[in-house]
Ligand binder design. Structure first.
Ligand code: GTP
Ligand code: MG
Length: 384
């Protein structure tokens, strides 16, 4: 790998960004030597004096053993998204244009990669293929399921002779490696309360999650917590009932200009959960409004709440907009409403965010836990 990176740097300069790496086993190369293939991206933008324009992304592929280096388009969606976020162009429409362009670019790259994958796709023993199909059915998606099974094949001690149990154990290890938990105990603010803003599409479970986070003894149940309800229709009946039962303070702020004054009263709380109103992220003015929330509150954390029962494609489209708010964690709800718990992995990969909490039901005091890969693995392999 270092040799491959060095070669790429020699060919394309020091600023190459590593996008992808693959090991090609000795059995699959002509000279029976193991190969490492890396895909790197180079930035072809001219210096920053130029007026802002959408990024030009191009990539090159190089092989470490000196075979013909082959050029192909490549991209790291998350990297490019975060570059855009860092630049933060003023007009949302301009941002949307870039996201559309990126999405097209990404599609092209995927097609190119698929062609290549088909050529190099090794035929796995029957047991591996069965488990691969199972993981696809459980929502991991082709790309991640294949990556997991390939690595399981490499690492399972008995290789082609491995039993189902051994293959599954190797797959679980790979999944543990792919999952990113968010450490909720970190980020305690020393000056004033920790402010957590919950954002997400309509009905995904933001309000319910605010109550669950406030109540759970291993999350914020033992802290002084306030929930700020910003719903234009006022706090829901469920929120009012919860407040009575749990003693959690509910502050009602329907208008943005009221938020500023409420901020001054928050010092006595350890944690303030701000529940935002549900609205389609595609609705006009939604983002300028959300940006105002962020500016006024200056939250410690922004959690994007995602319902596991959503279709992945819709979810990624709407998440692209929410990413503009720079969330630092995701909360996954409604695990009880999907048979594809493995969707967690494409979600984590695409959004590149750790999982702060997960829920699988409506019960406030019970159906919640911090981000936990074993909970997901159990739903992929051990139920039904
Ligand atoms: N089955 C299931 N239902 C859930 C879960 N979390 C929330 N719900 C339900 O989903 C519905 C919507 O939840 P809310 O918390 O009101 O969602 P919201 O995102 O605040 O909705 P808006 O404010 O309207 O955008 C309610 O009926 C909740 O009880 C979950 O993990 N599983
Ligand atoms: Mg709500």
């Amino acid at each position: 790998m270092p040799e491959a990176i060095l070669k790429a740097k020699q060919e394309f300069g020091d600023n190459v960004i590593l996008l992808e790496s693959k090991e090609i086993s000795p059995g699959r190369t002509k000279n029976k030597q193991g190969l490492v293939e890396i895909t790197v991206s180079i930035d072809e933008r001219t210096p920053p004096t130029r007026p802002w324009s959408p990024p030009v992304v191009s990539s090159h592929s190089a092989q470490a053993t000196g075979g013909k280096s082959e050029q192909k388009a490549g991209n790291d969606f998350n990297k490019v998204i975060s570059d855009i976020l860092a630049r933060k162009p003023k007009e949302i429409s301009q941002e949307k244009k870039i996201l559309d362009e990126l999405s097209e670019l990404r599609q092209e790259i995927k097609q190119l990669n698929q062609g290549k994958e088909e050529q190099s796709n090794q035929v796995f023993p029957e047991a591996y293929r069965r488990i691969l199909d199972h993981m696809k059915e459980k929502g991991l998606g082709e790309e991640i399921a294949e990556m997991v099974i390939k690595r399981a094949y490499q690492f399972a001690e008995k290789g082609p002779e491995a039993t189902d149990k051994e293959i599954i154990r190797a797959c679980k290890n790979e999944m543990r490696y792919l999952f990113k938990p968010f450490d909720l105990s970190s980020g305690i603010s020393l000056n004033g309360p920790r402010i957590i803003l919950l954002v997400g599409a309509t009905g995904v479970g933001k309000t319910t999650m605010a109550m669950k986070l406030a109540a759970h003894p291993k999350i914020f149940g033992k802290k002084e917590v306030a929930i700020v309800s910003t719903d234009p229709y006022g706090p829901s009946e469920a929120l009012k009932a919860f407040s009575k039962m749990n003693g959690t303070t509910i502050l009602e702020k329907k208008r943005l200009d009221e938020l500023q004054e409420v901020l001054e009263k928050l010092n006595k709380y350890d944690v303030v959960l701000v529940d935002t109103p549900g609205q389609s992220p595609f609705a006009s003015h939604y983002f300028s409004k959300m940006e105002e929330y962020v500016k006024i509150l200056n939250p410690t954390d922004i959690f994007l709440v995602i319902s596991m029962s959503n279709d992945l494609k819709d979810l990624f489209l709407s998440s692209a907009f929410f990413l503009l708010l720079k969330p630092n964690g995701i909360v996954l709800t409604k695990f009880d409403e999907t048979k594809q718990a493995g969707k967690v992995f494409p979600i984590i990969k695409e959004l590149n965010l750790p999982v702060a909490a997960m829920s699988e039901g409506k019960r406030i005091f019970i159906d919640i836990l911090p981000g936990n890969v074993n909970f997901v693995i159990e739903r992929i392999f051990e139920r039904g």
